[in-house]
Design a protein around this ligand. Structure first.
Ligand code: AMP
Ligand code: ZN
Length: 500
């Protein structure tokens, strides 16, 4: 089956057929590194991480490029405020960004170009635009002539003539920059350096690149044109992506991105989370109290194109939903470890195998339909509920265990495609050391390993019960409970969990 994706420019879902069979080239705009990213920014990066993971799981060889905007007014302003160089500010927040992405479980891009290291490619592109009559220089600035490119506005669905009215108002505020342009719609490709600003040598004198030109230059350099998917948050569609597209198509005379994908905004109280509104929560702060898997779970519970209303309550709910899957996996692990050779077949293994097949199909169908992660999670939860119902109160034979292994492995595999690593929840339980002393005292245990000590205690308890020495059996149980263990007697013997 073909994957369908919603293409912003075509305003509909389209069949996704990559340019080169089996390969996908993706470019996703990266951050401007002037402070730590908030969970709204993280949502966009996590959405495209999910899309990339799914395409990889479907067998595509994905090349993923994401830039770092390390030269920008915001960086320069911050540097001036703090009496440091722009390069220092950018280096600090680039490193912080990469750490934050790692903490959130977002895979590194294949290429992470930095604007300041790609200036020659940008200058070359600006020169091409001037040569082709799409750009012009005014006193060290270079502007893109929007009306020289016919397709302007097609991506974001805007009409050039309607846009102009808005821009004229802007001009009347007396901004000197606006007066230099031939047309108020034109935008800067290259800006002449102001005193004290970082700058680079160019055919137009010392200066620095505009923001949009960097993505056009880097995607061309690292992916070639056209490439398959260009992504970013919905707020970048206009003007950033419209401008990227205009520059690249005007310069190279070919399609820029074959498909445009935009992720919805993360909101708080129905308002976009943003630095300027001051309603933001920094990713690294949220991750101090919440494990990254729960945040990812929350993100996956909403379709990537829909707005996502963030609240601590929803985050807690997502954590609870994740715990349900984790407990199922732990339970299945325990059942398998305790499967008995030759025990009567109590499970309907054929049904479990059937659910496994159905879950894989339903997951794939949901994700093929424009990466519908909430529906894909639904398929995983159906498997969880079915298998839980089937194994409850039953003894597993070794034969049953095979079907159970498949179900368990599929839960782990599919959650990993959504970026949730069930095996790495950072919650590895460690038993208290006191249990070693207890085992030495009541079970004659001579070692030092808490796991072994618990085993020895359970054996001693089973033996005491078999010999009807109830007082001994109870003292073992009470001792374990006192240390924070929970003991359940199941058809497959006693099961111990540690709550701490
Ligand atoms: P910036 O550093 O401002 O360019 O933003 C980096 C990325 O975060 C861009 O792809 C934005 O579209 C995205 N972004 C910013 N705010 C939000 C938000 N509230 N929800 C989702 N994505 C956002
Ligand atoms: Zn960009």
């Amino acid at each position: 089956m073909t994957i369908k994706l919603y293409d912003t420019q075509q305003r509909r879902k389209v069949d996704f057929v990559p340019l080169h069979e089996g390969k996908v080239s993706m470019y996703v705009c990266g951050p401007t590194v002037y402070n730590r990213i908030h969970i709204g920014n993280a949502r966009t990066f996590i959405s495209f991480d999910m899309i990339r993971r799914y395409l990889t799981w479907r067998g595509f060889d994905v090349t993923f490029v994401q830039n770092v905007t390390d030269i920008d007014d915001k960086i320069i302003n911050r540097a001036n405020e703090e009496g440091r160089s722009a390069a220092e500010v950018a280096a600090q927040y680039t490193e912080a960004f990469i750490n934050d992405m790692h903490a959130a479980g977002v895979a590194d891009p294949d290429v992470r170009p930095r604007a300041t290291e790609e200036i020659p490619a940008m200058i070359e592109l600006v020169e091409t635009l001037i040569e082709r009559g799409h750009a012009y220089e005014v006193e060290g600035d270079v502007y893109f002539a929007v009306r020289s490119y016919d397709g302007y506005g097609q991506l974001s669905g805007r009409d050039v003539d309607e846009m102009e009215a808005g821009h004229r108002e802007l001009r009347s505020d007396g901004q000197g920059l606006e007066d230099r342009k031939r047309d108020p719609l034109d935008f800067a490709l290259w800006k002449a350096a102001k005193p004290g600003e970082p700058s680079w040598e160019s055919p137009w004198g010392q200066g620095r690149p505009g923001w949009h030109i960097e993505c056009s230059a880097m995607s061309h350099k690292y992916l070639g044109l056209p490439f398959d998917i260009h992504g970013g948050g919905a707020d970048l569609c206009f003007p950033h992506h419209e401008n990227e597209r205009a520059q690249s198509e005007a310069a190279y005379g070919t399609t820029f991105a074959r498909h445009w994908m935009h992720s919805g905004m993360l909101q708080i109280n129905s308002e976009k989370m943003s630095k300027s509104l001051g309603n933001f929560m920094l990713l690294h702060e949220v991750l101090e109290d919440t494990r990254p898997e729960s945040l990812r779970m929350l993100m996956m519970q909403t379709h990537y194109r829909s707005p996502l209303d963030f609240s601590p309550e929803r985050l807690a709910e997502a954590d609870a939903a994740l715990t349900r899957i984790e407990n199922t996996v732990k339970n299945l692990d325990w059942l398998m470890a305790n499967a008995q050779d030759g025990a009567p077949d109590q499970l309907d293994s054929t049904r479990i195998a059937q659910w496994v097949t159905e879950a894989r199909e339903a997951f794939t169908q949901a994700m093929d339909d424009d990466f519908n992660a909430p529906a894909a999670l639904g398929a995983i939860f159906t498997l969880v509920a079915n298998v839980n119902g089937e194994v409850a109160e039953k003894t597993l034979s070794v034969v049953d265990a095979e079907a159970v292994v498949q179900a368990r492995d599929l839960m782990i595999e599919l959650m990993a495609v959504l970026g949730v690593d069930l095996l790495d929840t950072g919650e590895e339980t460690t038993y208290p050391l006191e249990v070693v002393a207890l085992a030495a005292e009541v079970a004659g245990y001579g070692g030092e390993d808490p796991m072994e000590a618990v085993e020895a205690l359970l054996e001693a308890r089973a033996q005491a019960r078999a010999e009807k020495q109830w007082a001994v059996a109870d003292s073992v149980r009470d001792g374990l409970i006192e240390l924070g263990f929970i003991i359940e007697d199941t058809p497959q013997g006693a099961r111990v969990t540690y709550e701490g």
